[in-house]
Design a protein around this ligand. Structure first.
Ligand code: CAA
Ligand code: NAD
Length: 283
């Protein structure tokens, strides 16, 4: 399988990061979102990241222009007819993802791989929305994508070895390190990370300590680069809640019950850094 052209769906924080690393590795990238302004916003973030590399003299102005010339902007899923792989990074919601994959299955050529950057949803269920479950796979990048080395690669029940190999090779071509896992709710990364974040929110909810103290304990005590509440804001509180709900529903165990305070914040629209307010306020 020869992958040259990529479509990234969702130009939010993950989609724009994935698109950036693909374009930097020389792939042609269709960057798709619901509205042109969302695509432009994603591309604006990518341009700023590349400009920072130029300022730091790690990249020339010419290299930056060359990378930016690899982008084609899209608001139509029909553009998937031009690509070898689609990497979907829209919201963490099964209905939204199933609808996208059903549509992609109609437009994308037979050889096209359909990958999802889902944080926790079953790849097998996403694949069931298509008539090509052997070509559906999880390709779970970490945030911030340009910095983090890991890509968790998730095999659905029907994912073929050929598709797995092609995605593993592509991951390496992006200078990332692939790790193979099977299809269980939250995979490995969020099954381990998210209950810790949820527990940190419970400690705040129960008044065990202030948000600053909770973050400081985990940063200085465990050598984590960010405290769990700062990290939750960084990930997005809506995404954290979706992941906890997937774990809770998927395992049916109350140890995954989302903290009521997390629900409250999401209902208030306090989604973290991306909305300007979460556990902390951002300007
Ligand atoms: N995009 C691109 N580059 C970024 C960036 C971004 N959003 N944020 C930071 N960087 C770069 C900076 O430019 C800087 O680069 P150089 O060293 O080359 O100059 C480098 O990262 C370090 O940044 P800073 O010095 O500003 O800050 P820092 O040392 O505190 O590092 C961090 C920032 C890398 C984000 C670090 O705090 C960290 O590792 N945090 C934890 C991240 C983490 O846990 N990610 C996983 C989240 S869970 C997930 O992704 C899965 C899921 O499904 C929810
Ligand atoms: P985000 O809210 O920053 O971006 C989502 C983008 O998807 C938005 O721009 C939105 O307009 C777009 N979108 C929504 N529906 C769409 C559709 N039908 N077609 C095209 N675009 C659509 O969210 P994010 O943090 O980038 O998360 C995206 C995905 O990546 C989620 O599945 C999430 O679980 C996963 N993920 C998130 C993180 C993280 O730390 N935030 C890490 C790894 C994986």
């Amino acid at each position: 399988m020869d992958i040259k052209k990529v479509m990234v769906i969702g130009a939010g924080q993950m989609g724009s990061g994935i698109a950036q690393v693909c374009a930097q590795a020389g792939y042609t990238v269709y960057l798709n979102d619901l509205k042109e302004e969302f695509v432009q916003k994603g591309l604006g973030g990518i341009t700023n990241n590349l400009s920072r590399q130029v300022t730091k003299e790690r990249m020339t102005e010419e290299e930056k222009s060359k990378i930016l010339s690899n982008f084609i902007l899209s608001t139509n899923l029909k553009d998937s007819e031009n690509v070898d792989i689609v990497i979907e990074a829209a919201v963490e919601n099964m209905d939204v993802k199933s609808k996208i994959f059903k549509e992609l299955d109609q437009y994308a050529p037979n050889h096209t791989i359909l990958a999802s950057n889902t944080s926790s949803l079953p790849i097998t269920e996403i694949a069931a929305a298509t008539d090509r479950p052997e070509k559906v796979i999880g390709m779970h990048f970490m945030n911030p994508v340009p910095v983090m080395k890991l890509v968790e690669i998730i095999r659905g029940l029907a994912t073929s070895d050929e598709v797995y190999q092609a995605v593993e090779d592509m991951t390496k071509s992006l200078s990332k390190i692939p790790v193979e896992v099977n299809d269980f709710p939250g995979f490995v990364s969020n099954r381990v990370l998210m209950p810790m974040i949820n527990e940190a929110i419970f400690t705040l909810y129960e008044g065990v300590a202030t948000k600053e103290a909770i973050d400081e304990v985990m940063k200085l005590g465990m050598n984590h680069p960010m405290g769990p509440l700062t990290l939750a804001d960084f990930i997005g509180l809506d995404t954290c809640l979706y992941i906890m709900e997937t774990l809770h529903e998927g395992f049916g165990d109350d140890k995954y019950r989302p903290c009521p305070l997390l629900r409250k914040y999401v209902k208030a629209g306090w989604l973290g850094k991306k909305s300007g307010r979460g556990f902390y306020v951002y300007h």
